[in-house]
Write a protein that binds this ligand. Sequence first.
Ligand code: SF4
Ligand code: SF4
Length: 90
Amino acid sequence: MERVPPLEGIMSPTKTEKTYRLIINHKYCKFATCEICIGLCPVKNLVIKNNQVTDLGLCIGCKLCERYCPDIAIELEEVNESGKTAPTGE
Ligand code: SF4
Ligand code: SF4
């Protein structure tokens, strides 16, 4: 009988070769009554630090925070090898 791989191995987010940078517009962010992005991030990359949403540099580019932020306060950019950034295409 064929063995079924553990679900955890399939569902776990994996770090890709790409690097991502988050632009967080703190002027629009209402973290005190929100924190949606913090709850959604699969790699716990977003935390409240110094009274604002902060990127810990672990982003895997899933775009959940960008998509579901009700105040459009997060923008995701892909950083290429030369350090230049480009929109992620959405
Ligand atoms: S989802 Fe948007 S508004 Fe809510 S805490 Fe995150 S960045 Fe701020
Ligand atoms: S894009 Fe995904 S992995 Fe990156 S910070 Fe947002 S929710 Fe987390």
